[in-house]
Design a protein around this ligand. Sequence first.
Ligand code: M6R
Length: 339
Amino acid sequence: QKGSYKHFMLKEIMEQPEVLQNCMRGRLLPDEGVIKMAGIEQHLPRILAARRLIVVACGTSWHAGLVGEYLIETLARVPVEVEYASEFRYRRPILGKDDVFIAISQSGETADTLAALQLAKQKGCLCLGVVNTVGSSISRETDGGIYLHAGPEIGVASTKAFTAQVLTLTMLALKLAGERGELSPDELKAKLHACSRLPNLVRRVLETQSQVVQMARTYRYASNFLYLGRGFSFPVALEGALKLKEISYIHAEGYPAAEMKHGPIALIDAFMPVVVIAPRSDTNYMKLLSNIEEVLARNGSVIAITDEGNCDLDDKCDFVIKMPEVEEFLVPLLAGDCL
Ligand code: M6R
């Protein structure tokens, strides 16, 4: 039931603080510096010995997988490859027993992801799932995995499931980082405490988006949008563009911000709004500021997503969406809610 909400998508967006809580419940023990993941615990030796993790998914779930790649490689220093299931299953991938295959799917029924999983299984990979729907085909075919506990997602556009996927991959990255000694026990505890604050921070983001109506009015005739982000936020830019296409029927492209100068910059003028995810915690924040200047120099309209304490952009950009300040690795979980 959608209760007092106009549609399921809005209900599911507003459910995100609770979804994050449910996803962490019983798994995250910040004071002890422990992450429990019952569905993968028995496979941990094989995961830790893996040559690489191969993450396979479609659409939004693929974007979550890309965030996972940044997280797992940065925090746990384990090589990760992310593939579209529809390409992977047909391109005779080179797979072996040393590879760990991870299928990401909200529904657990996406045909290409299921076929890719069956292929990886035949080749002897350990097959894990990051799935929302309990008992779905993908969850039944995997050797183990992590459920999202996001509740049913009725809206066609994935919202809360993306958030839960990113959080699950964040927890997996932290767990592997702890097991591999890439984070000290104290560092791990600090990061787990930071995760445990997420539900309240996301609630704050959702409660403070007073500019949405004004933004929708300003850009209602736009035919194209560009979304830019770097590092952890690059896949969030891709997801933002996908959401705009799917929900508003406006053409949009997501790009790594530095790629703008290699072609898309030619398109920028007063009729091309550009959304830039630019939190100060971004390792390349100064470069993001340069990217914003490049857009402004071509009369582009900038919508910046940054952190609450940052006033650098207030006078430059048409809209500045502010989110609570968090460490760089948690930015996708907050920036994703601002899109
Ligand atoms: O159920 P899945 O996560 O496997 O679905 C994959 C895509 O079809 C899905 O993520 C799609 O891109 C989103 N619903 C778009 O919002």
